[in-house]
Design a protein around this ligand. Structure first.
Ligand code: GLY
Ligand code: MN
Ligand code: MN
Length: 454
């Protein structure tokens, strides 16, 4: 049966929310080239992955490769050669091919790599062996990320070995293989104004999906129907896909942290934990809401929910430049532990419970991760062993929860068993505090009951 899902109309994106302009990639490349200090960097595109037999997964470019090039096609290599007379940004790409393009769609080709993507030079990928050595001449250090594309790993390592074997004869040549991710990931962790426009759009689409899911959920529906609604809203708004498999976890399934089977029927009285975000123009959103499918929290559910909400608010309030994710986590933990004590879930003093980690029975994950092109985005969490300080332009999630397993013997009240609650928002560190990018999804008990019952 097809359910009426009403008018889910995509709000039109602003010009700044449509796609990153070439200018943004040029600025990134200029900064990256400076960081190379004369070394050469080589990046492989993501490999094509097969789903089953000859059916491929939808191709998704490697995030670092895309971050620097904006080039979405497989079978390509990006080369950065600071100060090289033939150009500093070189792309090796699949050639135009009338017949192949009839099967799999248009390719930029060598001409497009220059004209549309700003490469100083472009070559067919088949010319890598011939051309790359030219750029390695006299270079002492080469950056290349191993482990992304095995085929290219083999190729590039072979060319490097050849360049190294010439070193003795020529008196110079590559001595060190370095990981360029150390540079790129530090760039990616601070989002530019243009990136933030795209991330706001990603957040807005995911927020709309959550509002629709909350308002349409009813007992008797299957979890996969909610998944379908959410993915519909993503796609109809131009998101390419979910940023990760949506978690649609009703009743006791909400206590399984990575539940993605999404095949249970929603029962009256259930809470539904929905963790879903989209990928829009290569940027992820990541939202969780937990709400009653019948439109009303039971008193027990509400008490637990208020604890998680208080923890999430306290954690968000902590966010500003100079604090660390440890501080954010501790703010959430303090509220969670005090709430759990008040409900009789854990006994003892708050400080002792925090020190012993006894709360991990009910809260076993961290409160935050970086968010960006990857849902668990890149960038160091610690610097020289110390938790890193937040800076303006960083984006993180704040996602505390409480999970009481269905057969948790330490919890006497049967009503509390099998309840899982998480509340997750995406938070930008601003100049003097924070901005919640996903504030458009309701999260108070009153708001959720009003929307869920609508
Ligand atoms: N959905 C993945 C996460 O919340 O970290
Ligand atoms: Mn998350
Ligand atoms: Mn999530």
């Amino acid at each position: 049966m097809l359910r009426d899902i009403g008018d889910i109309l995509p709000a039109k994106p602003e010009a700044s929310e449509k796609a990153l302009p070439l200018e943004e990639f040029k600025e990134r490349r200029a900064r990256f080239l400076k960081e190379l200090n004369g070394a050469v960097a080589i990046f492989p595109s993501a490999p094509v992955a097969f789903r089953s037999n000859d059916v491929e997964f939808v191709y998704r470019q490697d995030s670092d490769f895309y971050y620097l090039t904006g080039f979405p096609e497989p079978e390509s290599i990006a080369l950065f050669a600071p100060g090289h007379p033939d150009g500093e940004f070189i792309l090796f790409v699949r050639p135009r091919d009338k017949e192949r393009e009839m099967w799999t769609g248009p390719r930029a080709g060598v001409e497009g790599a220059v004209a549309e993507f700003g490469a100083a030079q472009a070559y067919q990928i088949s010319e890598l062996d011939r051309v790359l050595p030219r750029y390695l001449e006299g270079v002492a250090e080469v950056y290349y990320p191993l482990g992304i594309n095995e085929k290219f790993d083999q190729k590039v390592l072979k060319l490097l070995r050849e360049a190294q074997s010439l070193r003795e004869r020529l008196g110079e040549g590559p001595r060190a293989l370095l990981d360029p991710r150390a540079i790129v990931h530090e760039m990616r962790i601070i989002k530019s104004p243009r990136e933030l426009a795209i991330m706001r759009r990603s957040a807005a689409i995911a927020a709309e999906a959550h509002r629709v899911a909350i308002s349409k959920s009813r007992p008797g529906m299957m979890e996969w129907e909610i998944q379908a609604l959410v993915e519909y809203v993503f796609r109809v708004n131009g998101a390419s896909s979910p940023a990760y498999p949506p978690i649609v976890a009703s009743g006791p399934n909400a206590t399984i942290l990575h539940y993605i089977a999404n095949n249970r029927e929603l029962k009256p009285g259930d809470l539904l934990l929905l963790d879903a975000g989209c990928e829009y123009q290569f940027y992820a959103s990541d939202i969780t809401r937990t709400f009653p499918v019948s439109g009303r929290f039971t008193p027990c559910q509400r008490d637990l929910y208020e604890i998680v909400l208080a923890a999430q608010r306290a954690a968000i309030e902590t966010v500003r430049p100079g604090v660390t994710l440890e501080d954010v986590h501790r703010s959430a933990l303090k509220e969670l532990v005090e709430g759990m004590r008040a409900m009789g879930l854990i006994k003892g003093e708050t400080d002792e419970i925090l020190a012993s980690g006894e709360y991990k029975r009910f809260y076993m994950h961290r409160t935050s991760h970086w968010l960006g092109m990857d849902v668990h985005d890149v960038g160091r969490y610690r610097i020289r062993g110390e938790p890193r300080k937040l800076e303006p332009g960083m984006v993180l999630t704040v996602e505390p929860g409480i999970y009481i397993a269905p057969a948790e013997e330490s919890v006497a009240k049967a009503e509390l068993q099998g309840i899982g609650i998480r509340i997750e928002d995406d938070v930008l560190v601003s100049a003097d505090g924070y901005e919640v990018l996903t504030a458009a999804v309701p999260k108070t008990v009153k708001e959720l009951e009003a929307l869920a019952g609508s």
